[in-house]
Design a protein around this ligand. Structure first.
Ligand SMILES: *Cc1c(COP(=O)(O)O)cnc(C)c1O
Length: 710
């Protein structure tokens, strides 16, 4: 929408327009409060969307706020902070780089998890990208981000009576979302044609400001495109392979053209996963047009590109049949100075040369700075891609690692934040990657931390019950379904959370492996446990949906006492409630499939310890005192059985006795110690602040030096 279309806003509050048009509000509770204070109900019904709130509220609400001293005081403080934090500024971290000599870093990602009002994400990859650009904004890294405006987003999940997932299409109302058309000087939305691709595809450009970082979103749903083209950006990760290829063409080649059209020069490129790798071609083509030959051009592009690979799972790497690539690129490769054969070779997997054009192999070949997203994933990726560097020994395969992190201001719960403010001092957010600051967690009195946590647990369970009540009232589904959504959850019971995408390797149903043993735990009269599940299966993933159905059926099974809940439609907001409010965060993927994982980091930051198999980030996070871990042994026998037994054993021997052990004053001091250790040892290490600084020091600075020299 055009934010200028809010004529009824008094001059005194005109800053609300600027605030609403920058996602900065989403990670600043004070800024969110400004909108909530106007009308709590409208704020809630808008799905926490300030643009909608400003558009919908009548003039008199603003007039009364503009004469309310309390409101104005709060407004002035937030606005002054906002203006300070989004103005352009020098990045102090780019040592030895003359910022006048370099342009920005272009960051490409197929998804961004930013806020629940913007459904442009499917899972962890998106949140990593969203948290990454928020952190770049705070560290003043000169970054420009590119992605998609998906009008249908991912999908809304509804569970049928029989427990099967239904995918409900929900259209984003672009006119009230926090996204804005990018206009040319005549006031028309900028439209870009994807170069050299036949038949032509046109892209409309949207923008959202994420603090200092502009994120440009591409949209193909415009009249000039035929219906097939219009559908390219309809939804995330379409199952149709050719449409998927066209998405990646739009992201990489179209995205580069968008930058060109907007006159935004970039010195470096960072590809978040292989989906955007075609952007490499545009950069090479640019250099060829400037007069370099292919080999010089590709060499230069290589030295100034970062590629981050995010998954060892085979299905996570796109492979397109050669004839499909040929269909779209046969007028493209001549512009690079390449023939058909050498072009197709760029995407060949050496061990499976006939499989097609492999986007990850392509991206790895064409960028010199490559990384996996945890120490372990670095090792796994080096092994997996050894075939691209057959002459090097295994350890020398040039794929580094930078472990993922989370954006602390986004994932810290506001009440917990107030508690940290009190005991860690006012600068803790600024210094959140310094482990020293976190030693002060010990200063928090046990009962204060526990009370804050318990309040969050009640809030979580209240929100689940309210959802169940709404479902009961509105849909008249059967009572057993309502119980399965979590009606019988009890805040005094040890609560385990499990929420993530439902894909088979994540083994959401592992804890049901020995049903009788689990029943004993949930039905214990004095020391019971309860488990809250949430997550979506990809629409094409039937095995994932079957696991989900199985869990829904357990949730409705009276034998499990109403202590298993499956909460529908996992998204960012409910993720916040969950990682803040459960007692233990469970993770049991099949190693080594979890490249990193981030939801456990979000929980740990809020004092929710992790119970996890040794995989992904937990191999770096676990220290013996900050949660629980079990090893996975590859064996002949049934691996699921061994892993499930490890979980039961830890629950029975450690977690349950510890949780229900109260000291004389009624506080679980030993439990709170683990909570504190969880925060103390993980927060700094798994922050995006630490992570982005690593990208700068390991990659960006080296590449910018190449740019400076050129
Ligand atoms: C953090 C997050 C994820 C990623 O979770 P993993 O544990 O890394 O799989 C997925 N979905 C939502 C809504 C999240 O907030």
């Amino acid at each position: 929408m055009d934010i200028k279309e809010i004529p009824h806003l008094p001059e005194r509050l005109s800053g609300l327009k600027e605030l609403a048009s920058n996602l900065w509000w989403s990670w600043h509770p004070g800024a969110r409060m400004l909108f909530k204070m106007l009308d709590r109900q409208v704020w809630k019904e808008s799905g926490h969307n300030p643009v909608k709130v400003l558009k919908e509220l009548p003039k008199k609400v603003f007039e009364s706020a503009a004469s309310d001293k309390g409101y104005l005081r709060h407004y002035d403080i937030v606005l002054s902070r906002f203006n300070k934090e989004i103005k352009e500024d020098k990045c102090l971290l780019l040592e030895g780089i003359n910022e006048r000599k370099i342009h920005s870093i272009a960051y490409f990602s197929a998804e961004y998890g930013l806020h629940h009002s913007l459904p442009f994400y499917a899972g962890g990859l998106g949140f990593l990208a969203g948290d990454f650009i928020k952190e770049c904004s705070e560290l003043k890294v000169p970054l420009i981000a590119l992605g998609f405006m998906y009008p249908e987003g991912y999908f809304k999940q509804k569970i049928r009576e029989d427990g099967w997932q239904e995918n409900i299409k929900q259209l984003l109302d672009r006119d009230v979302a926090s996204i804005f058309r990018v206009l040319d000087k005549n006031g028309n939305q900028i439209i870009v044609k994807v170069p050299l691709i036949e038949p032509p595809i046109h892209i409309a450009v949207w923008k959202i400001a994420v603090g200092r970082v502009p994120l440009y979103l591409m949209d193909t749903d415009i009249e000039i495109n035929d219906p097939w083209n219009r559908g390219i950006s309809a939804r995330l990760y379409t199952g149709d392979l050719e449409q998927r290829l066209r998405q990646e063409i739009v992201l990489g080649i179209g995205g580069s053209e968008v930058l060109e059209k907007l006159g935004i020069k970039h010195s470096l490129m960072h590809l978040n996963e292989g989906h955007a790798a075609f952007a490499l071609l545009e950069r090479i083509r640019d250099k060829v047009q400037e007069g370099m030959n292919y080999s010089e051009a590709s060499q230069y592009v290589k030295q100034t590109t970062v590629f981050t690979t995010h998954t060892p799972v085979t299905a996570g790497h796109d492979i397109f049949p050669f004839q499909m690539i040929e269909k779209y690129f046969n007028s493209y490769w001549p512009s690079l100075g390449l023939d058909r054969e050498s072009f197709l070779q760029l995407g060949v997997h050496p061990e499976n040369p006939n499989a097609g054009f492999n986007m990850t192999a392509f991206a790895l070949r064409m960028s010199e700075f490559r990384n996996g997203v945890s120490k372990k994933h670095g090792e796994v990726a080096r092994k997996m891609w050894h075939c691209l560097w057959p002459e090097s020994s295994g350890d020398e395969v040039p794929i580094d690692h930078i472990t993922n992190g989370i954006h602390i201001p986004t994932w810290i719960e506001p009440k917990m934040k107030l508690l940290f403010n009190k005991y860690l001092g006012p600068d803790w957010v600024e210094d959140c990657d310094s482990p020293l600051i976190w030693e002060l967690i010990d200063e928090i009195p046990d009962d204060e931390l526990w009370k804050t946590h318990f309040w969050l647990k009640i809030k979580l369970i209240d929100s689940i019950r309210e959802r169940a009540r709404q479902r009961w009232v509105n849909n008249r589904v059967s009572p057993s379904n309502i119980l399965g959504i979590g009606t019988l959850l009890d805040p005094s019971v040890l609560t385990i959370g499990f929420a993530r995408r439902f894909t088979t390797y994540k083994r959401a149903d592992l804890i049901f492996y020995d049903l009788e043993r689990l029943k004993k735990l949930v039905n214990d009269r004095w020391r019971p446990i309860q488990i809250i599940f949430a997550g979506k299966a990809h629409p094409a993933d039937d095995p994932g949906k079957r696991i989900l159905q199985k869990i829904c059926n357990f949730a409705r099974d009276p034998g499990l006492g109403g202590r298993i809940a499956f909460v529908e439609d996992y998204e960012e907001q409910f993720a916040q409630y969950l990682v803040h409010g459960v007692d233990v965060w469970l993770n049991n993927p099949l190693p080594p499939m979890e490249a990193s994982g981030t939801s456990g980091m979000k929980a740990a930051l809020n004092g929710v310890p992790h119970l996890s198999i040794m995989d992904g980030w937990w191999l770096e996070g676990y220290n013996g005192e900050n949660g629980w871990a079990f090893n996975h042994e590859e064996s002949e026998g049934n691996e699921d059985q061994k892993d499930a037994e490890a979980i039961y054993k830890i629950l029975e021997d450690n977690i349950i006795p510890l949780y229900y052990k109260f000291s004389d004053d009624g506080i679980q001091n030993d439990w709170v110690r683990i909570m504190k250790n969880s925060i103390k040892s993980n927060a700094a290490k798994f922050s995006t602040r630490r992570m982005v600084k690593e990208y700068i020091n390991k990659f960006y600075i080296k590449e910018l030096k190449v740019v400076q020299k050129a």
